[in-house]
Design a protein around this ligand. Structure first.
Ligand SMILES: *Cc1c(COP(=O)(O)O)cnc(C)c1O
Length: 337
């Protein structure tokens, strides 16, 4: 029985083309800015997404946390959407590194009301001052949901009016772009900084990029080094990243179709799936005992993650075959009987 691994799009392995590019990559010391492959990746990402600069880092946690370090001062608040990765899944880094605390705004389907964001901005001396506003697109814990571009623009206008910077956690920015039928640069537009992941659905083994203006580049590189993200001959990784960035986005529509097929099938089997939240490559289902449900599926060769006591997540990605949804549904059906 072949294993169908729906735990995450991070399980994708480098393709044969990536392996070849990695083996042949021209390299140098990237901390000295002498790795031609990293330099090419950074230049391409910046150009594709409409930014002056991009800086390559080992993970999306690091790109997000470097952005927080660059934008905030100790004791400030960061306005976040409920369930934001920056806070929930980056083990206390915000408090530990930036000394900032989160202020969550209600965000059904990952989408905040810009008016609520405006009301969450603090200026009173009795409250922690706001230092940054951050969005996440697509929004992971909300279901891989897409934040509409007009909402992004309205939140950016709130930030500008308040004199605040605005960051996008765009770990899955290209999933949002594909779902919206726009270029990645349109999703990235209007933010001071954007972080993207090459190692999720795009398929690179490692790597994220933090995009920003030239004036922040020095600070971004200084904090990257401080956190231990100054890699040396990183071109062996960036070579795969270049393929992920150029070829990866084209393949995401298939992943979205796979997730949709799976979601509709799970609903037919009687599972509690909010189809409205199935907008990209993720499917969340509400079950009575999430760890128990995940364990039973594992016996049937279907790997998923239990996210909380009553929530499981299926993620579609490039390493799953076209028949993955049909095959998973056929294996899950008898378990529900
Ligand atoms: C995966 C992810 C990240 C980065 O995670 P790393 O595992 O550190 O690369 C950031 N934001 C979101 C929304 C993510 O899903």
């Amino acid at each position: 029985m072949r294993i169908l691994d729906f735990r995450s799009d991070t399980v994708t392995r480098p393709s044969p083309a990536m392996r070849r590019a990695m083996a042949e990559a021209e390299v140098g010391d990237d901390v000295y800015r002498e790795d031609p492959t990293v330099n090419r990746l950074e230049a391409l990402a910046a150009e594709m997404l409409g930014f002056e600069r991009a800086v390559y880092m080992p993970s999306g946690t690091m790109t997000n946390q470097v952005a927080l370090l660059v934008h905030t001062r100790r004791g400030q608040e960061v306005i976040l959407t409920e369930g934001a990765h920056v806070y929930e899944f980056e083990p206390g880094a915000m408090a530990n590194l930036s000394g900032a605390s989160p202020r969550f705004v209600p965000s059904p389907y990952g989408v905040p009301d810009p008016e609520e964001v405006r009301r969450a901005v603090h200026t009173s001396p009795h409250q922690a001052p706001t230092g940054l506003i951050a969005l996440e697109n697509t929004h992971n814990t909300a279901g891989g949901t897409v934040v509409p571009l007009e909402v992004q623009r309205a939140v950016q206008a709130v930030a500008r009016a308040a004199g605040l910077p605005v960051h996008l956690d765009g770990a899955r920015l290209f999933n949002a772009a594909v779902a919206l039928g726009v270029e990645g640069r349109e999703v990235a537009a209007g933010f001071d900084t954007v972080s993207i992941c090459l190692s999720k659905g795009l398929g690179a083994p490692v790597g994220s990029l933090l995009l920003g203006p030239a004036e922040l580049e020095g600070e971004i590189r200084r904090y990257r080094k401080m956190l231990g993200g100054g890699m040396r001959q990183a071109g062996v990784l960036a070579a795969a990243g270049l393929i992920a960035l150029t070829e990866g986005p084209k393949a995401l529509a298939r992943d979205h179709a796979l997730a949709r097929e799976l979601a509709e099938g799970l609903v037919r089997l009687g599972l509690d799936v909010d189809l409205k939240s199935v907008q990209t490559n993720m499917v969340f289902a509400r079950v009575e005992d999430a760890p128990g449900f995940a364990a039973r599926l594992r016996e049937a060769g279907v790997l998923i993650n239990a996210l909380g006591p009553e929530r499981v997540r299926f993620v579609a990605h490039r390493d799953l075959p076209d028949e993955a949804a049909a095959e998973a549904l056929a294996r899950i059906a008898p378990l529900l009987g």
